[in-house]
Design a protein around this ligand. Structure first.
Ligand code: NA7
Length: 531
C-alpha cells in the first residue's frame, strides 16, 4: 500500500486549506471526509436560520487575493447556503475535490513506530497510510444527543439541527418541539415557528442573544469593502478575536452610566457576538460584566410581551459572554407569537419522551416532530471518537482522560507526526475560525517543509512543553469569568466529560505570537528527529 506524505481528515474550512497548502508545497496529500461534499460544519448544519455570527467579509479565506477579489458576499452575516456555496467555489477553484475521499468516516488511526507511518481505517474498510496526519475534524462536529429516557420511543419525526436533511422537511400543519436553546435552537426557532402549526420550546438554560443587524451589501458598500480589505485583514491579523473590532478604549467601571450605556447600545446595534467583548474588563470583572448583563436582560424584557415568559428567557447562573453569546434574527420576538410556547425545564423537567411527544412533570406536550438542538461533544469529541493510538499504542482518550493536553493546540505528546487544527488548547472557538485555521495550517505545513528540507522523519511535542502550555491555557482561563459557566467550553454539556476549560482565552493575536515564536525558535517545544 502506498505511503502518502500527508492525510488530512475533514474537508471544512481548515481541511480544504490544509489540502491546498500541502499540495502547493509539493506533498503527496489525500483527504478523507465523512460527508458527501465539502463544507464541514456548513455541510451538516443546514437547519433553517443557520447563519454565521462573524461578519462574512471576515469569515472567509485571506490566503488568496484572487479568491477574495473574485467572491462577493451578498449579506453582512452570511447564511449557511451562501457559506457552503463559497466553500464549494473554493474547492472548485483550487481543484480540491479530486484529492478527497468523500462519504468515508475515519474509524481508527494507528501510528507504527518502526515504520513512522500512520494508518487510518475508514468505515468502508479502506486503509490510508501516511507519514503525517492532520486532523481538521472540527471543534463542533461530534453531535451530542442527550440521553433522555424514552428517546427512541418517539413515533413522530426526529430531526437534529446538526444533521438537518437535505430535503427540507415539510412542517406545515405539524406540532413541532425543539429541545435546546443554544445558537442552533435560537437561530432555528423563529423560522420553525413560522413554518409549523405550533412550536414548543424545551429550554433547560436560557441564553443571551444579540440581534444580527443583517442586511444585503449595496454596490456602494461592497466597493468600500473591496477598497478597505487589505487594511481590514491587516488589522485582524494579530487582533484578539481575529477580526478588526476593538473593545471600548476604557473599562466598564471607568466610565459613568451614560457613557457605559452609550457604548453598550452602540455594540448592541453593531450586533452579534461582539457584544460579549464591549469593554476590555467585561470578561474578567464581575461588576463590569453585570452592567452588560443587565443591559441585555432589559432588552429581553422590552421585547417579550408576557412578563412570565420574559422572566423565563432571562438567563440565570452565568455571566454574559461566558457561554458563547448567540446571534439571532427575531428570536425573542418569536415568543410573542400565539403558536409558540416555552417550557422551562428547570421548573418543569422532562420525565420521558413518549411515542406521542414529551412528558414533563407538569405537562403533556403532543408532537409530530421533535428537533434536537442539543449541541456537540465540543473540541475533543471528533478526535476521541476516532481515538488515535500513538506511541506504544497509547490511546488519545487515555492521554486526555484528565482533560486535553496539547502543545499550542497543535500537537500531543506521545502522538508523533499528528497535528490537530481548531482543537483544544487553541483559541479557535473564541476567534475568527477561518483566519485561525489558516494560521494553524500554515504553521503545520511550514513545519512539514522544514522536515522535508532537513530529513526530519518524526515530530513530537515534548511532555514538559505540552504540560506548560496546558497549564498556561488553564491559568489564563482562571483569570477570567469564563470557567464559571456550565458551558461546552468546559465540557459541562456532556455527561461524564472531565470539567476542564479547553479553549485558549488569551486572545488570537497572543496565540499567534506564541506560534510565531515557536517556529522562529526552530519549533521550540517539539522534538524533530532525523532517521
Ligand atoms: P449548544 O450551545 O451546546 O446548545 C445546546 C442546547 O441544548 C443548550 O441549550 C443545552 O442546554 C441544551 N441541552 C443539551 N442537553 C439537554 C438535555 N438533556 N435536555 C435539555 N436541553 C439540553 O449547541 P448549539 O448547537 O446551539 O451551538 C453550538 C455552537 O455552535 C455555538 O456556541 C456557536 O459557536 C456555534 P444547557 O445550556 O446545557 O443547559
Amino acid at each position: 500500500m502506498d505511503v502518502r506524505d500527508v492525510v488530512v481528515v475533514g474537508a471544512g474550512f481548515a481541511g480544504l486549506y490544509a489540502l491546498h497548502r500541502c499540495r502547493s508545497d509539493g506533498f503527496d496529500v489525500v483527504g478523507v471526509e465523512a460527508a458527501d461534499g465539502v463544507g464541514g460544519t456548513w455541510y451538516w448544519n443546514r437547519y433553517p436560520g443557520a447563519r454565521c455570527d462573524v461578519e462574512s467579509i471576515d469569515y472567509s479565506y485571506s490566503f488568496s487575493a484572487e479568491l477574495q477579489d473574485g467572491w462577493r458576499w451578498s449579506e453582512r452575516y452570511a447564511a449557511q447556503p451562501e457559506i457552503l456555496a463559497y466553500l464549494e467555489h473554493v474547492a472548485e477553484r483550487f481543484d480540491l475535490h479530486r484529492l478527497i475521499r468523500f462519504g468515508r468516516t475515519v474509524r481508527s488511526a494507528h501510528f507504527d513506530e518502526d515504520a513512522v507511518v500512520w494508518t487510518l481505517t475508514t468505515d468502508d474498510g479502506e486503509r490510508l497510510r501516511a507519514r503525517f496526519v492532520i486532523f481538521a475534524t472540527g471543534c463542533l462536529s461530534a453531535v451530542h444527543r442527550p440521553d433522555i429516557p424514552g428517546a427512541d420511543d418517539f413515533a413522530g419525526q426526529v430531526l437534529f439541527t446538526a444533521r438537518w436533511p437535505h430535503r427540507e422537511p415539510d412542517l406545515a400543519g405539524k406540532r413541532v418541539g425543539v429541545i435546546g436553546t443554544g445558537s442552533s435552537g435560537i437561530q432555528s426557532i423563529p423560522v420553525l415557528a413560522e413554518r409549523a402549526a405550533s412550536l414548543t420550546v424545551f429550554q433547560r438554560s436560557a441564553n443571551y442573544s444579540v440581534p444580527a443587524p443583517n442586511r444585503p451589501f449595496t454596490d456602494e458598500e461592497w466597493e468600500r469593502v473591496r477598497a478597505e480589505y487589505p487594511q481590514r485583514r491587516a488589522k485582524s491579523a494579530y487582533a484578539p478575536a481575529g477580526t478588526p473590532h476593538e473593545a471600548y478604549p476604557k473599562g466598564a467601571l471607568e466610565v459613568d452610566e451614560q457613557e457605559r450605556r452609550a457604548a453598550l447600545e452602540q455594540r448592541w446595534q453593531q450586533g452579534g457576538v461582539l457584544f460579549g467583548k464591549t469593554f476590555p474588563d467585561q470578561n474578567t470583572d464581575l461588576a463590569a460584566n453585570d452592567h452588560a448583563r443587565r443591559f441585555a436582560e432589559e432588552k429581553i424584557r422590552a421585547i417579550v410581551r408576557d412578563p412570565a415568559t420574559a422572566e423565563d428567557l432571562v438567563p440565570v447562573g452565568h455571566p454574559i459572554g461566558t457561554k458563547r453569546i448567540c446571534t439571532d434574527v427575531g428570536y425573542f420576538e418569536t415568543y410573542n407569537r400565539s403558536n409558540v410556547r416555552l417550557v422551562n425545564l428547570r421548573r418543569d423537567p422532562v420525565v420521558a419522551i413518549r411515542p406521542w411527544g414529551v412528558e414533563t412533570e407538569h405537562g403533556r406536550h403532543e408532537l409530530d416532530v421533535l428537533v434536537y438542538a442539543t449541541g456537540f461533544d465540543a473540541l475533543t469529541g471528533a478526535l476521541t471518537r476516532i481515538d488515535p493510538r500513538g506511541r506504544g499504542g497509547l490511546r488519545l482518550s487515555r492521554a486526555w482522560a484528565d482533560g486535553p493536553v496539547t502543545c499550542l493546540g497543535l500537537g500531543v505528546p506521545g502522538f508523533p507526526n499528528m497535528f490537530t487544527v481548531s482543537g483544544p488548547g487553541s483559541p479557535s472557538v473564541l476567534a475568527n475560525m477561518v483566519l485561525h485555521a489558516e494560521v494553524q495550517v500554515d504553521w503545520v505545513v511550514d513545519l512539514l517543509d522544514r522536515c522535508r528540507a532537513d530529513g526530519v522523519a518524526e515530530v513530537e511535542p515534548r511532555h514538559d512543553a505540552a504540560a506548560r502550555w496546558t497549564e498556561h491555557v488553564a491559568e489564563t482561563a482562571e483569570r477570567t469569568l469564563y470557567p464559571r459557566a456550565d458551558s461546552w467550553y468546559v465540557g459541562a454539556n456532556v455527561t461524564g466529560k472531565k470539567r476542564v476549560f479547553m479553549p485558549y482565552v488569551g486572545g488570537f493575536g497572543t496565540y499567534r505570537r506564541f506560534c510565531d515564536q515557536a517556529r522562529d525558535n526552530d519549533y521550540a517545544g517539539f522534538v524533530l528527529t532525523r532517521r
